[in-house]
Every structure is written in structure tokens, then in C-alpha cells.
Design a protein around this ligand. Structure first.
Ligand code: PEP
Ligand code: MG
Length: 877
């Protein structure tokens, strides 16, 4: 049997081999085949990387053998030889995964240098400064990346030398200085590692390839993968490429180029270069690069060739390209190309332009914009210049995107007061509860110590479009003292902090925020997405204001109206509390009578904003204790207001205490105990619909949703209350009004018995927050605390509360769809858990045939685009 092939020359690969060769490797092969001047080399495959991990982090001898064999072929191609004293070959070793992960993994340049080859290089080029500069860079990079001796030590040694010589710039060190520096570097290395710096290029090569494989699992790569939905099982390829030198003197140089402007999307080549430099100098910003237009003056011929190649590559890949190039003694090389990263504004403009230029179809263009990127168009961001000096003091979960800067306040009440005085506020809490709602509305941003992506703070902040960092365990809050401490520094009430809800970063002090600009390209692009998609997009909204916002962002209805959120408003909380402390049905009904007109008015407001888009109204869900205070002081105050004794109220609070409230007396269980609550809510929904229908003529079909059902009989029990109440009102008014009753599928038992449930439910809406919580058996509010250990250990790659666990929870959803349709062919299916706004979960919902997804207003455009992409990948129409 022939051995498996783990190593490919650039001339042996092609563009279709991205999974095996990585994006960079496949593109280098492709560029080679279309005649772009690419320094030649070979790619060690992603399969070799996976095998490295399977083999307990070692490269198997057969792969080592294949690497050496390809190296010999590369020697033939280049006419140079590894370690040769006549014509030494030097190479770069770089990572290249299937998806580009800029800056996440490691790179080594100038490999092949040692005390002998450096001299040959010096003599051959007549440029000893260049040779020793390359050598010291190599030692530095190899020590850092391969042997984990930090780069900063070498920088310190270099700084000492510059100081001793009285010079400022690296370029002011001459050949002898650099030779001396190399000696110092090697001595430091020997001291740190207890062995000589390796001089055998073959040994250097294998060690470097190993280091790149290892870097696939460095912490920043793991975090990047989690944020970008890249599976750890892909592995990275490694590219070994002949070095060309941009630091060979004044006819050499190096630079980066974008075929269009990556910030604005403008159709104009955007490139910068530095003469007499190597790649890292351009990126590091020590010297200021020149705009590419300058090259035309310096070398018109190379300039023309450069422009031609950039255009060729863009036309070939039919997308904006990000390229690295080097000019070695007047000869131009392209070292790599990839589809360029770009801002959201640029992404939209480029996608629309490419369609208008006839380069892409609308369907292809739709795939060019990352749905999550649209977030940045809808929220304020930090000013880029201000950000340069900002120091991250802590990191939490990126719970709700956007940027906020303000004074720290520790209670909702104080936040509200400060806001009314015109201050900008960042509310810092251990965690938020429904009582904090007004303080949350008054804040620019919310920072919590505890809680995950579906915690109260996260869900409510996303709904309001307010920036939120949740679960930031780095900070220690002292609510009494009104301070928090992080990294030995204590922050007081009134101190400024800035938080970034898109990254989870917390910064000390003030960073300017800038409002996003929405261009015409957004409208054009989103219209294409709507034309393409078949999956509908609704929103989770509880107020007319949020509804209006969501409609503006393209929501096609409400998929979840959490009615309890309405009860926390200052003018209602008393009525609901009266209902809770009521001793009997009669006094409970009296309290509910007070709530009825308010709740009806809320629904009228919502229906008016929706015009005739549908709305799913969910009945009361949280455990009742959430509406009551828990501190004696507050219980005392409330007792006075309610006209009962402290002891009485305290006894009620105690009686409502549950060890597991999320699995306790909540959801439809409340309506089973107190049917009058469901009656009042039905009345409010139906009367509001009749009111708006008769006044405005809108075609309203209320969808009433019963939460937390696990057994068809409990659904039937509550449904009977609903239909009895609704039918009586409709008959009494003598009006035509259709309505539907359905349920959430959020308890595993409901999923398992979905065929039964569908006998009573006209629609299912998957409540994947609770379904995830109960399927995994971990609390949606606390899991963040330990999930990070699971990411570090590679057990989970992403937060299942954020990205639907398709294998487990998804299986329950899929099963419910099948069972539900068996009973009721035309059953309406949607999702209203937080996953409804997550692109990969939206794709899953499309694939299993749901009718709609529902998400917070600001994520509606994200879901619209994700749904269109899902349609392009797997057409349903
Ligand atoms: C859910 O459980 O997914 C859901 C949408 O309901 P809530 O988040 O209100 O529990
Ligand atoms: Mg739920």
C-alpha cells in the first residue's frame, strides 16, 4: 500500500484543496499555477497536524521523512541547498488553516541560518549587515516561537546595545553591532535553555513545524476559534517557502496590499511598503511605510507589474484580496493572498459593487459578509485613535454588542438618578434582576460579575440594544462600599470606565464612542438577503418601543413577547405584588383587575406597531418570588405599602423560596395553580386585538403561547382556560377573530412527546435557553463560571447557550419537528431562544425546516443575512 501523502509542493496542489492545504497553501498552489511570481515551497497538510495531536504531539517519522524529501525537491527547484556553504537555502515556516486566523498562530522567517551560512550570505550578497540582521531576527523568532523564550528578553538586549551606541533606530546598528548582538542572543539562549542554539537547518525545520502545529492550540487561537465558529478538528497546515529578502538594501522592500480599501470598501488599490525591511517591520509600525504610489516614482516597471498582479488576483478570486509582497533587488514576488478582512461598511460596499461590476451573483455576494459583522453597524463603537492608548483591565463575556463609556454606579436607583442629572452611566452589578430594569434603561452599558450569555442582564441588554459585558469574574465588587477591585486597583462610584460588549473587554477611564453610520449599501444588500431567504425572521420584543425598533430592522412579527417584563414597570409592580400576597381567589382577582387595563394597553401598543404582522404572546413565566424583595429593610417598606404586617409578607417571601427556582413553580405551572392569571392575560390579548382590529382594520390573529409545558394534559388544562375566556369575549362582541394557542418546547419531555403535545398545540416555539439548560443539566445563569475550563481543555468549543448544540439539544429540536408534523402537518414552527440570532444556529433552523427564527431587535439584520446564507448553501425554495 502506498504511503499517505502529507506534504505537497506548491506545484502539486490546487485551489480546491483548501481543507487539506489550508487557505494559504491552496492559494499558493493556485497562484503558482496561474503564473504569479511566488517563491516556491511546500505545504504540510492539516491531516499531518491532526495526526500530530493523535500521536500525542509528535510528528510521525513517515511525515518527517516526507518533509525532508520535499525539502530536497525544493533545493532542486531553487538551485540552493539547506545548510550549504556555497548557496544556502533559507525558508519561512508559516501556519495556514482552512479559515484565515490573522495573527493567531506562529511564523518563523530566515530558517536555515547558522554561524556558517550567515557568513556565506554576507559574502554572497556583499551585505554583511543584511545577513546578520536576518540571523538575529531568526534567533529571536525561533527562540520565542519554538523554544518559548520570550521575545522581550531579546528586545531588551537590543535596546541596551542601542543605548550603549547612542542610537535610536535598529537600522542605525551596523554589521559589526549585529554580529555582536547575535553572540549575545545566543549566549542568552544557552543560559535560558541550558543548550546551544540549534545549528542544523533540518533540526530547525522540524522543530519549527512542530511549533506551528502546537500553536493551533494556543490560548488566543482557541478564543479566536470560539468567536468565529471554527472547529478545533480542522487543524492547521504549515507552509514552508523559500525566503526572498526585502532587507537586502535600497533596491529591496516589502509591503502589504489590499485590492480595495479595507476600511471604506473604495475601489482603489490600497498598499503600503517599506524599502530595506522585512515583513514584521511594516506591521510593527516602528518605521512609517510609504504609500504604493511612491513606488511608481522609484521603479515604474515593478510598479506596473505590481498593479497588474493585484488586479489579476482580485479578478481570479472575485473578491477583495489582502496580499503580502516583497521586492528583492528589484524583482517582485507575491508571498501570499487571501480574501481580505474588512470593516462592516467596507464589506457591504464591496459586496454590492462586485455584483454591479458583474463579478458576482447576488447569491455569491450574500456569502461575502459575515452576519455577526452587521452588529457593528447598529451600535456605537470606540474611536479607533482613542483605543490605541486604552488598557484592558478585565475581560468578561461579550453579552450585548456595542461600546459604552460612563461613570460607575452600583445600583439601578443611583444609575437612574445620575442619568437624570445628565451623567453617562455604566451600571456595575454582581448580577441584574428584573427590578433593575429602569437602571438598565438609564445606563450606557452594563457590567455584571456573574451570569452567562442568557442571564437576565444579557437578554435584557440585547433586547434594548444596550452594550453589556456579563460574567466578568475578574472584578471583585463590594456593593456595600460601592467599589470594585481589579488588578490591585480600586474603582469607586463615579469613576469612569469603558466597556466593549462585542469583545467583553473592560477598560479603565474614558474612551470616546462614535455612532455608526448606515449607508445605502446596507439597504440594497439586505433587500437581496430578503429576496433570497425562505426562513422568516421575527423578534423578541416586550414593548411598543422595542417592537418599532425591530420592525425598522426588518422584523416580520414578534416571536416572543415576554409578558412578565411589563410587570416590572414602576406603575405595575404593586399590582402584581398584591396579586402574589393575596390570600384567596377573590382578592387575587381584584389585583388582576388592576393589571388588566395596563396589560391590554401594552398589547394595543404592540399591535399598532406591528400593523398586521403576527405576534406570539407568551403567558407569565418566572417564579413569583422574582417580583418580591428579599432584604428585610425592603420587605418592611413594602409591607407598609401593601397594608399588611412585616411578618405576613416575610412569611410569603419565605414560602415562595425554592431551592431550584428555574425548575420550580413557574411557566404554565403558575396557571395551573392560579387559572385566573391566564384568564386575565387572555382577556388582555383578545380585547387588545379586537380593539386594534376594529379601530385600524388590521388583520390580527393573536398567537397565545403557554410556556414550560412538559405534559400534554397540563397544556390542555391551560388551553381550555384560554379558549373558554377568548371564545366568550369574541361571542359577546359578536366579532370575527381567529386566534391560535401553541406552546414553547423548552423541556426535554415536551420534545420527547411532541406528537402528543401537537394534538393541543397549533404551533411550537423552541425555547432553546431552557431546553439547553435542562438538556445539559447546567444553570443558564451560572454555567459561565465553569465553562471556561471546558474551553481550555477542549471539551466544549463554544458556549451552548450562544451557539445551539446541534448534536444534543438540536437532536431534540429535530425530533420535535418530526413528531409535531406527524400529528399536525401544518404546525407552525419557530425558535425564540437566544440562538435565534446566532448565525450558525439560524442555519440549523433553516436546514431542519422551521418557519421562522425570533431574536432581539438589534440582531434581526444578522438573522436575516444568516437565513439568506443558509438558503444559498442549502436551497429550500
Ligand atoms: C427560552 O427558554 O428559550 C425562552 C425563550 O424563554 P426564557 O428565556 O424567557 O426562559
Ligand atoms: Mg424559557
Amino acid at each position: 500500500m502506498e504511503n499517505k501523502k502529507y506534504v505537497y509542493l506548491f506545484s502539486e496542489g490546487d485551489a480546491s484543496m483548501k481543507n487539506l492545504l489550508g487557505g494559504k497553501g491552496a492559494n499558493l498552489a493556485d497562484m503558482t499555477s496561474i503564473g504569479i511570481p511566488v517563491p516556491q515551497g511546500f505545504t504540510v497538510t492539516t491531516e499531518a497536524c491532526n495526526k500530530y495531536y493523535d500521536d500525542n504531539r509528535t510528528i510521525a517519522p513517515e511525515i518527517v521523512e516526507q518533509i525532508h524529501a520535499k525539502m530536497a525537491e525544493l533545493e532542486n527547484i531553487s538551485g540552493k541547498k539547506f545548510g550549504s556553504l556555497e548557496n544556502p537555502l533559507l525558508v519561512s515556516v508559516r501556519s495556514g488553516a482552512r479559515a484565515s486566523m490573522p495573527g493567531m498562530m506562529d511564523t518563523i522567517l530566515n530558517l536555515g541560518l547558522n554561524d556558517n551560512t550567515v557568513e556565506v550570505m554576507a559574502n554572497k550578497t556583499g551585505n554583511p549587515r543584511f545577513a546578520y540582521d536576518s540571523y538575529r531576527r531568526f534567533i529571536q523568532m525561533f527562540a520565542d516561537v519554538v523554544m518559548e523564550v520570550e521575545k522581550k528578553h531579546f528586545e531588551e538586549i537590543m535596546d541596551e546595545m542601542k543605548e550603549a551606541k547612542g542610537v535610536k533606530l535598529d537600522t542605525e546598528l551596523d554589521a559589526n553591532d549585529l554580529k555582536e548582538l547575535v553572540k549575545k542572543f545566543k549566549a542568552f539562549y544557552k543560559n535560558a535553555k541550558g543548550e546551544e542554539f540549534p545549528s542544523d537547518p533540518k533540526e530547525q525545520l522540524i522543530a519549527s513545524i512542530t511549533a506551528v502545529f502546537r500553536s493551533w492550540n494556543n490560548p488566543r487561537a482557541i478564543v479566536y476559534r470560539r468567536m468565529n465558529d471554527i472547529p478545533g478538528s480542522w487543524g492547521t497546515a504549515v507552509n514552508v517557502q523559500e525566503m526572498v529578502f526585502g532587507n537586502k538594501g535600497e533596491t529591496s522592500g516589502t509591503g502589504v496590499a489590499f485590492s480595495r480599501n479595507p476600511s471604506t470598501g473604495e475601489k482603489k488599490i490600497f498598499a503600503e511598503y517599506l524599502m530595506n525591511a522585512q515583513g514584521e517591520d511594516v506591521v510593527a509600525g516602528i518605521r512609517t511605510p510609504q504609500p504604493i504610489e511612491q513606488l511608481e516614482k522609484e521603479n515604474a516597471e515593478v510598479y506596473k507589474q505590481f498593479m497588474d498582479i493585484v488586479n489579476t488576483l482580485e479578478n481570479h478570486y472575485r473578491d477583495m484580496q489582502d496580499m503580502e509582497f516583497t521586492i528583492e533587488e528589484g524583482k517582485l514576488y507575491f508571498l501570499q493572498t487571501r480574501n481580505g478582512k474588512r470593516t462592516a461598511q467596507a464589506a457591504l460596499k464591496i459586496a454590492v459593487d462586485l455584483v454591479e461590476e458583474g463579478m458576482l451573483t447576488k447569491e455569491e455576494a450574500i456569502l461575502k459578509v459575515e452576519p455577526k459583522q452587521l452588529d457593528t453597524l447598529l451600535h456605537p463603537n470606540f474611536d479607533a485613535t482613542d483605543m490605541k492608548n486604552a488598557a484592558v483591565i478585565a475581560k468578561g463575556l461579550p453579552a450585548s454588542p456595542g461600546a459604552a463609556c460612563g461613570k460607575v454606579y452600583f445600583t439601578a436607583e443611583e444609575s437612574k438618578v445620575a442619568h437624570e442629572k445628565g451623567e453617562k452611566v455604566v451600571l456595575v452589578r454582581l448580577e441584574t434582576s428584573p427590578e433593575d430594569i429602569e437602571g438598565m434603561i438609564a445606563s450606557e452599558g452594563i457590567l455584571t460579575v456573574r451570569g452567562g450569555m442568557t442571564s437576565h442582564a444579557a437578554v435584557v441588554a440585547r433586547g434594548m440594544g444596550t452594550c453589556c459585558v456579563a460574567g466578568c469574574g475578574d472584578i471583585k465588587v463590594n456593593e456595600e462600599a460601592k467599589t470594585f477591585e481589579v488588578g490591585g486597583v480600586v474603582y469607586h462610584e463615579g469613576d469612569y470606565i469603558s466597556i466593549d460588549g462585542s469583545t467583553g473587554n473592560v477598560y479603565a477611564g474614558q474612551i470616546k464612542t462614535v455612532e455608526p453610520e448606515i449607508s445605502g449599501y446596507f439597504g440594497t444588500f439586505m433587500a437581496w438577503a430578503d429576496e433570497i431567504r425562505s426562513l422568516k425572521v421575527r423578534t423578541n420584543a416586550d414593548t411598543p418601543r422595542d417592537t418599532a425598533q425591530a420592525v425598522k430592522y426588518g422584523a416580520e412579527g414578534i416571536g416572543l413577547c415576554r409578558t412578565e417584563h411589563m410587570f416590572f414597570e414602576a406603575d405595575r409592580i404593586m399590582a402584581i405584588r398584591q396579586m402574589i400576597v393575596a390570600k384567596d381567589e377573590t382578592s387575587r382577582r381584584t389585583a388582576l383587575e388592576k393589571l388588566l387595563p395596563m396589560q391590554r394597553q401594552d398589547f394595543i401598543g404592540i399591535y399598532e406597531e406591528l400593523v398586521d404582522r403576527p405576534a406570539t404572546i407568551r403567558f407569565l413565566d418566572p417564579p413569583l418570588h422574582e417580583f418580591l424583595p428579599h432584604v428585610d429593610e425592603e420587605i418592611k417598606e413594602l409591607a407598609v405599602e401593601l397594608g399588611i404586617t412585616f411578618e405576613e409578607l416575610k412569611a410569603t417571601v419565605d414560602s415562595l423560596h425554592e431551592f431550584n427556582p428555574m425548575m420550580g413553580h413557574r411557566g404554565c405551572r403558575l396557571a395551573v395553580s392560579y387559572p385566573e392569571i391566564a384568564e386575565m392575560q387572555t382577556r388582555a390579548v383578545i380585547e387588545a386585538a379586537i380593539d386594534v382590529k376594529t379601530r385600524k382594520g388590521y388583520d390580527i390573529v393573536p398567537e397565545i403561547m403557554i410556556p414550560l409545558v412538559g405534559e400534554v394534559k397540563e397544556l390542555k388544562y391551560v388551553k381550555d382556560i384560554v379558549t373558554r375566556t377568548a371564545d366568550a369575549i369574541i361571542a359577546e362582541r359578536g366579532i370575527e377573530l381567529k386566534y391560535m394557542v401553541g406552546t414553547m418546547i423548552e423541556i426535554p419531555r415536551a420534545a420527547l412527546t411532541a406528537d402528543e403535545i401537537a394534538k393541543e398545540a397549533e404551533f411550537f416555539s423552541f425555547g432553546t435557553n431552557d431546553l439547553t439548560q435542562m438538556t445539559f443539566g447546567f444553570s443558564r445563569d451560572d454555567a459561565g463560571n465553569f465553562l471556561k475550563h471546558y474551553y481550555d481543555k477542549g471539551i466544549y468549543e463554544s458556549d451552548p447557550f450562544q451557539r445551539l448544540d446541534q448534536t444534543g439539544v438540536g437532536k431534540l429540536v429535530e425530533m420535535s419537528v418530526k413528531l409535531g408534523k406527524q400529528t399536525r402537518e401544518d404546525i407552525k414552527l419557530g425558535i425564540c431562544g437566544e440562538h435565534g440570532g446566532d448565525p450558525s444556529s439560524v442555519e440549523f433552523c433553516h436546514n431542519i425546516g422551521l418557519n421562522y427564527v425570533s431574536c432581539s431587535p438589534f440582531r434581526v439584520p444578522v438573522a436575516r443575512l444568516a437565513a439568506a446564507q443558509a438558503e444559498v448553501k442549502n436551497p429550500r425554495k
